[in-house]
Design a protein around this ligand. Structure first.
Ligand SMILES: [Zn+2]
Length: 177
């Protein structure tokens, strides 16, 4: 992948039977928090944009998808995730791959939405409606990626709630990684 690492989203079908090995491989890269509100952290490749990367094959071609997008597709039970549907984060954590079900209460994680929903959510987060106080001036790509890498590090040996919270708050020094 190039520096950008972002391609146009594909129409993505993840069938629980046809793609069961692929689903297992995906899950092998995920550390899920024990709490009911906890994120599920992607622990494999992270792109320059701070989103997880997952490679798979469709129609004999190797394709790369964002891990959150794959998680959303996997939650659809074999129905296609259309290219125009966005995988948004209610938890404001790009490496989170916990899909929230429609109608679910509490903190939402990865949910399907439109570009418009995305703008509304970003505006809301900017007004302090987000889950944690993220330093807003920090939302450049480098900071976002550093946070993603810090989160991956925080769960390297299993879920460490304190380390995860510190990483989410951006209190770790990104230059360490
Ligand atoms: Zn989350």
């Amino acid at each position: 992948m190039g520096v950008m690492g972002v391609s146009q989203p594909l129409r993505l079908v993840v069938d629980p039977h046809v793609h069961c090995e692929e689903l297992e491989r995906f899950e092998d890269n995920v550390v899920r928090g024990p709490g009911t509100q906890d994120c599920a952290i992607w622990c494999s490749a992270i792109g320059a944009d701070g989103y997880g990367r997952f490679w798979l094959r469709r129609g004999g071609t190797r394709v790369m998808v964002r891990a959150n997008r794959y998680a959303l597709a996997a939650s659809l039970n074999g129905e296609a995730l259309e290219p125009w549907v966005r995988a948004l984060h209610g938890c404001d954590n790009p490496v989170c791959v916990r899909a929230s079900q429609p109608g679910e209460l509490g903190l939402l994680h990865v949910i399907a939405g439109s570009q418009r929903d995305n703008m509304v959510m970003m505006a809301r987060a900017g007004r302090g409606g987000g889950r944690v106080v993220v330093r807003r001036g920090d939302h450049g790509l480098n900071a976002r990626r550093a946070r993603a890498v810090a989160l991956r590090e925080a769960v390297r040996h299993g879920w460490d709630a304190e380390a995860v919270e510190a990483a989410l708050l951006g209190s770790t020094d990104p230059t360490l990684w």
